[in-house]
Design a protein around this ligand. Structure first.
Ligand code: URP
Ligand code: ZN
Ligand code: ZN
Ligand code: ZN
Length: 514
């Protein structure tokens, strides 16, 4: 990137603390665990094992009784997003600061162009917002919020020149970002041709529009109308349709923010029959709270929980979603962090369709999942690492630079204390937003140290992030996890033929672009 702004990190901060030893911990990767020390130099993991030979003057962190895990990867955030006439409270500084506090060391945010806006222009705008502010590394997905031949050309350029390997299409937000099925199929074909990954927001936008008219006519204007206008079936239908269209387009697919048991069921059926792979992402919100809050008499409280697809009133949803993550019916947990203050949520005081959509989660995602999944015995720590970090790294082609504790991987490391107890609250969180959907929840297990590119940014509980420390990560197309050997080995992938345009495709490792 030639127009990337100069980093604000002072030289003395860049060169200090360049050697670090994490001793006596239990190293957890997605495929196994071992008792090992981890030696870090200049932002890279240099040695993993016992009886390491370490240079003098190296800082040592004693991780006895602690778990040493790859830093979390949250592949779904919206920082500094303008949406529905409002701007998110968390910008790229506060949002990534909150991320690091919770053990997440890489985020992937969404560039969301307005209808008719150049995708390249929107991308450049996101880089400008983020580059000088991020406290951890970040990558970008780009939204395909409208369709024309020029959009396809820009997608090509984003892949070839700007390190974008994933595009999000919306089946909801009619008259704003929604694509019709024809456009969706063409966009997915473009993704497959570019060997990028198609992502969808799966809800039936036309049904939502009609249900909304009926609800408003009947006088239902409060936040409870949000979930009533878009129940589980409306999500599950779109999941199934997205999978059918992706199969017809011969395109791999990643379904973002899956919120219901019905949606997961539709995905499970599609995954068993589909030739190109389909992946499902759920959210910390889905696991950590539920849709009963929409009935809260306090507008502020109910509106703070409004996101799309909505939280489900079925109280068995959170545990079923945790189980789906454990069983590989879902592959990734993200946050969809998209925070609006009370003042913004009040835009929808007399009409639920005007409540800006979004909740917090980037800070509490890992602790919430640990509490609901590991402490309950549903998931082991390896699977926890898989769904919070490694699988996202693999899918978005950041692995093994990210998502792994191994020699030559980036030193993005969490020293996790499984006994650390805290109560989540807006009064103590690091977000800029004035509400926390997990308010009052007691969690056991949280990060004690968080190391971002070799720098100790959470130091025995003290948060010391550096604004601008993070780098933009280019994500190459033609990801081997999706398009490569591993894919063709899977029986359901046999006979798959995907058009290749070799001139545009490189299969390198991700690079930092600073
Ligand atoms: O309600 C949500 N999910 N807000 C963010 C935009 C989106 O659809 O991901
Ligand atoms: Zn969405
Ligand atoms: Zn309240
Ligand atoms: Zn989102």
């Amino acid at each position: 990137m030639t127009n990337a702004p100069v980093k604000k990190v002072p030289i003395h901060l860049q060169s200090s603390q360049n050697r670090l030893l994490i001793k006596n911990g239990r190293v957890i990767n997605d495929d196994g665990m071992e008792d090992a020390d981890v030696y870090i130099e200049d932002g890279i993991i240099k040695q993993v094992g016992r009886n390491l030979i370490i240079p003098g003057g190296t800082r040592t962190i004693d991780a006895t009784g602690k778990l040493v895990m790859p830093g979390g990867i949250d592949p779904h955030t919206h920082l500094e997003l303008e949406m529905m006439g409002a701007k998110t409270a968390d910008d790229f500084y506060k949002g990534t600061k909150a991320a690091v506090a919770g053990g997440t060391t890489t985020i992937i945010d969404f560039v969301l162009p307005n209808k008719g806006q150049s995708l390249l222009e929107a991308y450049a705008n996101w880089r400008q917002k983020a580059d000088n502010k991020v406290c951890c590394d970040y990558a970008l997905h780009v939204g395909v919020t409208w369709w024309s031949p020029s959009v396809k050309k820009e997608m090509e350029q984003l892949v070839a020149e700007h390190g974008v390997n994933s595009f999000k299409m919306f089946m909801a937000y009619k008259d704003a970002w929604m694509l019709e099925d024809y456009e969706l199929m063409v966009a997915m074909e473009a993704c497959a041709e570019l060997r990028a990954l198609a992502q969808v927001h799966a809800e039936n936008g036309n049904i939502i529009a009609r249900n909304t008219e009926k609800l408003l006519e009947a006088g239902v204007t409060g936040p409870e109308g949000h979930q009533l206008s878009r129940d589980e079936e409306v999500e599950a239908e779109a999941v199934n349709r997205a999978c059918v269209i992706a199969n017809q387009a011969n395109s791999p697919l990643y379904i973002v923010h899956m919120m219901s048991k019905s949606a997961v069921k539709a995905l499970r059926i599609a995954r068993s029959r589909q030739r190109p792979p389909v992946y499902g992402e759920t959210l910390a919100a889905t696991v950590g709270t539920d849709g009963t809050h929409y009935k809260n008499a306090c507008f502020r409280h109910a509106a703070a929980h409004v996101l799309s697809p909505p939280l489900r009133p079925d109280p068995s949803t959170p545990e079923a979603i945790v189980q789906a993550l454990a069983d590989d019916d879902l592959q990734v947990i993200a946050s969809d962090n998209c925070t609006f203050n009370e003042k913004e949520k009040e835009l929808g005081k007399t009409n639920f369709t005007k409540i800006p959509n979004g909740v917090n989660g980037v800070e509490d995602r890992m602790a919430i999942l640990w509490q609901k999944a590991v402490n309950t015995g549903i998931m082991d720590p390896c699977r926890f690492v898989s769904v919070t970090s490694t699988t996202a790294a693999r899918i978005f082609n950041l692995w093994p630079q990210k998502g792994r504790i191994a020699v030559n991987s980036d030193a993005d490391v969490v020293v996790w204390d499984p006994r650390l107890e805290r109560t989540i609250s807006a009064a103590t969180h690091h977000h800029a937003v004035d509400f926390n959907i997990f308010e009052g929840q007691h969690v056991v297990g949280s990060p004690q140290y968080v190391i971002v590119n070799g720098r100790v940014c959470l130091d025995d509980g003290n948060l010391r992030v550096v604004e601008g420390l993070g780098k933009y990560l280019k994500t190459p197309p033609n990801c081997p996890y999706i398009y490569g050997e591993e894919r063709s080995r899977s029986p359901q992938m046999e006979n798959l033929e995907i058009p290749v345009t070799p001139s545009k495709i490189t299969n390198g490792t991700p690079t930092h672009d600073s």
